[in-house]
Ligand binder design. Structure first.
Ligand SMILES: Nc1ncnc2c1ncn2[C@@H]1O[C@H](COP(=O)(O)OP(=O)(O)OP(=O)(O)O)[C@@H](O)[C@H]1O
Ligand SMILES: [Mg+2]
Length: 388
């Protein structure tokens, strides 16, 4: 039996809401999740219920609605947005499509037209379900500047994903010279990334598996070379091979990266489905992040791939989150609060924050972020499906 699609309606006109309810209720396997008069009222429910379809009124003065659509598509890329409008000019259709709307319905909404649009969503979902290869998601965590929380985010995401999803999760320390993932997890592995290669320099799957260390949370750690000088022996093509192998072995592969755009890190970014850029609320970090986003834009990365997360946020910050968004011209996906005593205590004790002080604001924030990640769309690079 086909899966049920959930729909939500946001429309100022009560009669239109009522008619849409009837139209949707008459369709097989469609469930009306909720209705709202406007986005201010509807947004909270939309974020929570993550409907498959959102049917949105597009008024003649469309600016604000188009902004909402952009935002929804960024946060909920799997929600198909239909707009309905009494005006149907080519410009308005183009603007709506550019913002991310999938269907433009004329008002009054014709039942057959709506049905066809819903069927398209169903067909697309079915195609993704049957054709998406079973391949792990690679998530790199990065910041051009050091000391802002990259390892904290990477380690705790790895641990939390492993525990929450029960999926096989790997945590890779790509900071080959200065890596400290093992210290954050109080591990002393016998082997490192160097041991994953055979004599001819290729990656040996059996060796790769055996040189990963299982942390008690379930996450498998691939650590940096014991001797930092050995890191010079690792090439970007070897990083490429390692990551391809890992994503066929694990559902999630989290990368802690160095603070440079060297060729190995860039190779890792290419293969990543998502790159989390960590920014903290100060001018120098915001500037560094702006440059980083410029590099990613030049590399042709789509917005869904690159996610900016504010770390160490506090009410007392002179630069608020909305100002950071404004300065970056880029949306902030997540905000992690500042809580130095708790974070440093976790680091010093070698117990991941999400286990050490799981009820602290900072741990809860990372746990909530973890729940969101399976919803993130994967980069086009991977969806297009280059050959393994
Ligand atoms: N949310 C937070 N609240 C308070 N302090 C934090 C938070 N996140 C990280 N820190 C602190 O920031 C410091 C750096 O963290 P971390 O090592 O994770 O950053 P990094 O970017 O990986 O640094 P490095 O340059 O060493 O790679 C640590 O002392 C940690 O306690
Ligand atoms: Mg680090």
């Amino acid at each position: 039996m086909a899966e049920k699609l959930s729909a939500m309606v946001v429309d100022a006109d009560k009669a239109v809401r009522k008619k849409l309810r009837n139209q949707l209720e008459q369709m097989d396997n469609v469930q009306l999740a909720s209705m709202a008069q406007d986005m201010d009222e509807g947004i909270r429910v939309i974020k929570k219920s993550k409907p498959d379809i959102l049917i949105l009124e597009l008024p003649e003065d469309s600016g604000k609605t188009l902004e909402w659509i952009e935002r929804i598509k960024l946060e909920l890329p799997n929600t198909a947005v239909f707009v309905s409008s009494a005006v149907k000019t080519p410009e308005l259709i183009i603007f709506a499509m550019r913002a991310g709307a999938q269907e433009f319905l004329s008002r009054p909404i014709d039942s057959d037209e709506l049905k066809k649009a819903v069927q398209k969503v169903r067909a697309a979902k079915e195609q993704v379900r049957t054709q998406t290869p079973k391949r792990g998601r690679i998530i790199a965590v990065f910041n051009k500047k050091g000391g802002l929380g990259v390892t904290t985010v990477a380690v705790n995401l790895g641990v939390a994903l492993s525990q929450a999803t029960k999926e096989k999760t790997a945590l890779v320390d790509l900071d080959l010279q200065l890596g400290d993932v093992t210290s954050f997890l109080n591990l002393s592995p016998d082997y490192s990334i160097i041991d994953a290669f055979n004599e001819s320099g290729g990656v040996d799957t059996v060796k790769l598996q055996s040189c990963m260390t299982r942390h008690e949370s379930g996450v498998f750690v691939l650590s940096e070379p014991k001797n930092p000088a050995e890191s010079e022996n690792v090439s970007s093509s070897q990083i490429n091979q390692i990551l391809r192998h890992l994503r066929s072995m694990f559902s999630y592969v989290i990368l802690d990266t160095p603070h440079t755009f060297d060729s190995r890190t860039l190779e890792a970014f290419e293969l990543s489905d998502n790159i989390i850029v960590v920014v903290v609320p100060n001018i120098s970090s915001v500037r560094a992040t702006k440059k980083t986003l410029g590099v990613f834009r030049d590399l042709g990365y789509v917005r869904d791939k690159v996610r900016v997360i504010v770390n160490r946020s506090s009410k007392k910050d002179p630069i608020k989150v909305d100002k950071i968004e404004e300065a970056l011209h880029y949306p902030i996906t997540w905000v992690i609060p500042n809580n130095y005593p708790v974070v440093i205590d976790a680091i010093n004790s070698g117990v991941p924050l999400v286990n050490h002080k799981g009820d602290s604001n900072v741990a809860r924030s990372i746990l909530d972020l973890t729940n969101d990640i399976p919803e993130w769309s994967r980069s086009l690079y991977v969806e297009i499906g280059e050959k393994d």
